[in-house]
Write a protein that binds this ligand. Structure first.
Ligand code: ZN
Length: 399
C-alpha cells in the first residue's frame, strides 16, 4: 500500500509531534530587518500549553492594575486582579495573536522564556529543577510592570519598559533582555548559588558575562538573525555587526559591547566592568572557532591558528584583502557558512553550559571558569578547538 495514501499534512498527530507555535521577534521590531516576528516551535504538544500561556515550567500573570516590582519579602505568586489569561487558538497554537496587542506581548514573553530553556536543555542534555523549587513549582512571568527595568529572581521574571525609546518600548518584546534574565535563572538553577559565603565579585561578574553570551547564543538560533548577520557581512564576522550591538537594551541601561579588547588588568571590581574581559573572550572564541571551521572546509584562506589573537591582530586593511568576497560569491557559499556558524555556536554553547557542572559556586574565580570551559570543550565536541579557547582567555589575563 502506498504510504502517502494514509498521510495527511493536516493530521493532528503530525503537528502534535512537532510542538506548539508562537511568534517571536529575534530583535525589537524597530531594528531594521527585524520588523516581522519569526515562527518558533516550542517542544510541547499543542494542548499542553494552556491559557496564560502556562506550562509545567512557567506561567504568565498580567496584573490589571499597576504592580510594584517584586522585592523580598514581597514575592510570587501574584494575588491581585489580572487580565484574562491568553488562550490558544482552536488548534492549540499561539501564533494567531495580533502583534501589538496585550495578548501578543504576554505570549511573546512566555515564548522567549521557553525558547531559552529549550536551547539550554539541549546543550546540557538534561532538564533541571528551578532553584526556587519546591517552595514554588513554576516561574511566574509578569509581562508588564510600569517600571524602567527588568528583573528575574525567586520565582519570577518581570518586565518593564525601555524609557530610552520614543514609545517606551516594552521589554516583553525584547528577546535579548528576556534571554539575559533567563540565563541568570538557569545559571542559579544549574551552577547553583554560594551556600557558605556571599557571592564573590568574580561570581557576580561571571553571571553577567554568561547572561549576555547566552542571549547572543539565543539570537543565533533564529534564521532571521543568522541570515541577516551573514549576508550583511558576507560571512566575515571579524567586522562589526549585530553581534556586537545585541546587548544595547539591557536592563542595566548600559551599552555592553562584546567587541572590546579589555584584559583583567584593565577593569576594577564593578560587576559589569569586570564581566567585560570574559564576555569579550567568549565572543572572540566564537569567531575564531567559526573561522577555524571555515578554514578546515576550504571556505576561507585565513587560518586562525597562525595568529595569537585573530580579531585584534588583523588590521582593517588585512581584513579587506584576506576576506574580500563579492555578494554573488558569498551567495554561492551562504548555506555552508551558516552551517559553520551554527557549529561554532553549538561547540562553544555546549562547552560553556557543561562547564557549570565543573564549578563550585562558593569558591569559583574567573580562572576556574576558564579552566572548566577548556575542560568541558576537551570532553565534548569542542576538543579540536580547546587550544583556541585557552589562547583567547590567556590573552585576556585569565591564567
Ligand atoms: Zn544581568
Amino acid at each position: 500500500m502506498d504510504a502517502f495514501a494514509t498521510w495527511s499534512p493536516d493530521a493532528g498527530t503530525a503537528t502534535a509531534s512537532v510542538g506548539t507555535r508562537f511568534l517571536v521577534y529575534p530583535q525589537p521590531p524597530f531594528v531594521p530587518g527585524y520588523e516581522r516576528p519569526e515562527l518558533v516551535w516550542l517542544p510541547v504538544p499543542p494542548g499542553q500549553i494552556t491559557a496564560g500561556p502556562a506550562s509545567r515550567r512557567a506561567y504568565v500573570r498580567d496584573p490589571a492594575l499597576p504592580k510594584e516590582p517584586y522585592q523580598a519579602p514581597y514575592l510570587p505568586p501574584f494575588q491581585g486582579p489580572c487580565f484574562n489569561p491568553v488562550a490558544p487558538g482552536p488548534d492549540g497554537h499561539f501564533d494567531h495573536l495580533e502583534p501589538g496587542s496585550r495578548d501578543f506581548m504576554a505570549a511573546h514573553a512566555f515564548a522567549c522564556t521557553h525558547r531559552v530553556l529549550d536551547i539550554c536543555e539541549n546543550y546540557l542534555g538534561r532538564t533541571w529543577p528551578w532553584f526556587f523549587e519546591p517552595e514554588l513549582a513554576r516561574l511566574e512571568i509578569i509581562p508588564h510592570v510600569p517600571w524602567d527595568n527588568a528583573q528575574a529572581g525567586w520565582g519570577f521574571l518581570e518586565l518593564g519598559e525601555d524609557e530610552r525609546t520614543e514609545t517606551r518600548f516594552p521589554f516583553a518584546l525584547n528577546f535579548d533582555v528576556i534571554a539575559h534574565e533567563l540565563a541568570h535563572l538557569v545559571l542559579m538553577s544549574t551552577l547553583g548559588l554560594p551556600r557558605y559565603s556571599a557571592p564573590s565579585s568574580d561570581f557576580l561578574a561571571y553571571h553577567e558575562a554568561v547572561a549576555d553570551f547566552v542571549s547572543l547564543i539565543g539570537l543565533l538560533h533564529f534564521d532571521t538573525a543568522m541570515d541577516r548577520i551573514l549576508r550583511r557581512t558576507r560571512g566575515n564576522l571579524l567586522v562589526m555587526n549585530e553581534l556586537d550591538r545585541f546587548a544595547e537594551l539591557s536592563e542595566e541601561k548600559q551599552v555592553r559591547r562584546f567587541s572590546n579588547s579589555l584584559r583583567m588588568g584593565d577593569v576594577g571590581h564593578e560587576v559589569h566592568d569586570r564581566s567585560k574581559p570574559f564576555a569579550g573572550a567568549l565572543f572572540d572564541t566564537l569567531i575564531e572557532i567559526y573561522q577555524a571551521i571555515l578554514f578546515e572546509r576550504g571556505l576561507s584562506r585565513l587560518d586562525p591558528r597562525s595568529f595569537a589573537h585573530l580579531r585584534l591582530e588583523l588590521s582593517q586593511g588585512d581584513l579587506e584583502r584576506e576576506l574580500q568576497m563579492t555578494g554573488a560569491d558569498y551567495e554561492l557559499r551562504h548555506f555552508p557558512m551558516k552551517a559553520a556558524l551554527a557549529e561554532a555556536r553549538d561547540t562553544l554553547g555546549e562547552a560553556l553550559m557543561r562547564s557549570w557542572d565543573l564549578l563550585d559556586p562558593d569558591r569559583m574565580t574567573f580562572a576556574d571558569a576558564k579552566d572548566a570551559l577548556v575542560e568541558a570543550a576537551l570532553r565534548g565536541r569542542g576538543a579540536r578547538y580547546a587550544d583556541r579557547i585557552a589562547d583567547n582567555f590567556a590573552w585576556r589575563g585569565f591564567d
